[in-house]
Design a protein around this ligand. Sequence first.
Ligand SMILES: Nc1ncnc2c1ncn2[C@@H]1O[C@H](COP(=O)(O)OP(=O)(O)OP(=O)(O)O)[C@@H](O)[C@H]1O
Ligand SMILES: [Mg+2]
Length: 376
Amino acid sequence: MHVTHLSLADFRSYARVEVPLDPGVTAFVGANGQGKTNLVEAVGYLATLGSHRVSSDAPLVRMGAERAVIRAAVTQGERSQLVELELNPGRANRARINRSSQVKPRDVLGIIRTVLFAPEDLALIKGDPGERRRFLDELITARSPRMAGVRSDYERVLKQRNTLLKSAAMARRHGGRSMDMSTLDVWDQHLGRVGAELLAQRLDLIAALQPLADKAYEQVAPGGGPVVLEYRSSLGEGIEAAQSKDELYEQLISALVEVRKQEIERGVTLVGPHRDDLVLKLGRLPAKGYASHGESWSYALALRLASYDLLRTEGNEPVLVLDDVFAELDVRRRERLAELVAPGEQVLVTAAVDDDVPGVLAGVRFAVSEGAVDRV
Ligand SMILES: Nc1ncnc2c1ncn2[C@@H]1O[C@H](COP(=O)(O)OP(=O)(O)OP(=O)(O)O)[C@@H](O)[C@H]1O
Ligand SMILES: [Mg+2]
């Protein structure tokens, strides 16, 4: 698929902007702070309902404006669709497809797929487990948009279960009436059911990603691997992709039984996918804490390239977005990456100067300056 037109109103620094897009490579070039990343961030938002830079919507709305609108025309094969999202910080966002009456924002997922690689991705390697869980869960949702519902169900169940545990912890401390455990049993079952589904999807994803990530790392940094992806579950050792959802459910439930006493003492849910991590190893060592800056960067890039490969082979080719990545790479890695991505159906690149965009990525160029986006 590819985006044929992007239109923004009161998004980030843009009051209004219209950007017609072609398939193939498009580079947005301009000095720092001119609004290049803002453009690709908007495309990414349509694909994930989130920004790769901030966790809330407020910074995405132009200072002084009340709401932002992102609109994109998308072509997949013979089919064209118009997707529109209205961002209303503090209130519900709104969505429309093909100018129809409103749909849920979540219904938009799957129409645009992106794989976005940006400097922020270094946090995938060096950051907290939450970064890696988000990486997995966003990719799960790109593979199967219905997982957005499962993810939000999980978050809701977790929140309610935590509230219950918190009040149990309070009651205990203040010598109040002890809680009715059957209520907690019910929440255990909810958490187990939704958690097992999320867990099964993550394990399946990691198994699919493993060979692709190793291959991608070899392409970006030859001889530097191997890359090993290991899921570290709060359920303990022995959690494997081969397990059925029912088995994972049983394991999650029995883990919850095991930690219940501690949970009531501490007032939080101690096991489940929200406590898990993806351990990224380079050779025998974990990348986090051991890998050099350049290795970490190559690792993050390999994970994104592997994601791209996976989504592409599973159907609907995603738009590849490379935000400011070439400047970080030495000339050889730059050329390698450029050759890898050049054949993509649509590749959006941002760079501060023309020279940062490798020659193989000759395509359409836009100059981005003070809110104006002009084809050059
Ligand atoms: N909500 C907002 N309202 C108004 N302006 C904003 C808002 N959010 C960001 N900006 C402005 O957008 C500009 C940043 O744009 P962007 O991140 O796209 O820059 P860039 O061209 O990618 O720069 P760089 O080359 O440094 O990465 C900043 O000047 C910032 O002040
Ligand atoms: Mg930028």
